[in-house]
Design a protein around this ligand. Sequence first.
Ligand SMILES: Nc1nc2c(ncn2[C@@H]2O[C@H](COP(=O)(O)OP(=O)(O)OP(=O)(O)O)[C@@H](O)[C@H]2O)c(=O)[nH]1
Ligand SMILES: [Mg+2]
Ligand SMILES: [Zn+2]
Length: 272
Amino acid sequence: MQCVPRGKRSNYACGDRVFLAQTSRHEGVIEAADPRSTLFVRAAPHRQKLIAANATQVAVIVAGEPSVSDELVCRILIAAERQGMRGIVVLNKVDLTGATAAAREQLLPFRLAGYEIIEISAKREIAPLRDRLAGEVTVLIGQSGMGKSTIVNALVPDADAATQEISRFLDSGRHTTAHARFYRLDPASAIVDSPGVQEFGLAHLSRVEIEQGFREIAALIGECRFRDCRHRTEPGCAVRAAVDSGEVHPRRLELLHAILAAESGALRAAGR
Ligand SMILES: Nc1nc2c(ncn2[C@@H]2O[C@H](COP(=O)(O)OP(=O)(O)OP(=O)(O)O)[C@@H](O)[C@H]2O)c(=O)[nH]1
Ligand SMILES: [Mg+2]
Ligand SMILES: [Zn+2]
């Protein structure tokens, strides 16, 4: 049904459970929404973007091509877990063997940190992902062209979600999927297809929340000698020691520093 919200300031997300008043056979007005169990958002300093409501799991879709931004993957995983959803990584297009090897290598720091990485080919072998969707509401998110909508089509036979060759959307500069969309798999499971993201702001999180988003680093922070340790050159830094001993992958600490530096404007503005 095609529905519009009542009032200009209402802000609903894909996956919201709403009450609506039917105005005609195929149209209605959204009156209110049920309280949400989770809300998946990204945020620039003065702009919050709702991605999905009531999801239980976020699957970051990556592939050998186009090339992967591991910082983007990292940001999405931080936001998902902070907002109460499990974060998993899906490496799609494993039929492209050469490009896949490089992507697999790039994901190694996440594997070492304990994230689950599921390998599939939406075009040939979707079963490993299907198994992980049972009983969950899973948001598919990632850069444009990674194959989110192709995965939807493989899982939902009559979905008919639009997909597009990478070269074409690079030329047009447009993402193929324009709006998030909810697809039911069975009474207990659903997936949400979402538009490609190029950036994923964490302006809604504090410095500590961002640090806590690095699960293997979070466990060590209390052991640094200084309470305000930035894990750079401070003596007695437990995080650096773990990097030196090979327990924490150096790329993960690099990503923590890069994300905190990039978000520092937002953190300052919010006094965090
Ligand atoms: N070789 C190969 N190509 C794939 C696979 N999955 C998707 N593709 C191709 O990747 C391209 C992009 O796929 P889409 O599903 O449109 O990507 P998307 O992530 O939905 O992109 P946006 O909607 O722009 O965010 C299409 O040409 C697909 O056919 C796969 O498993 N193997
Ligand atoms: Mg798409
Ligand atoms: Zn430290």
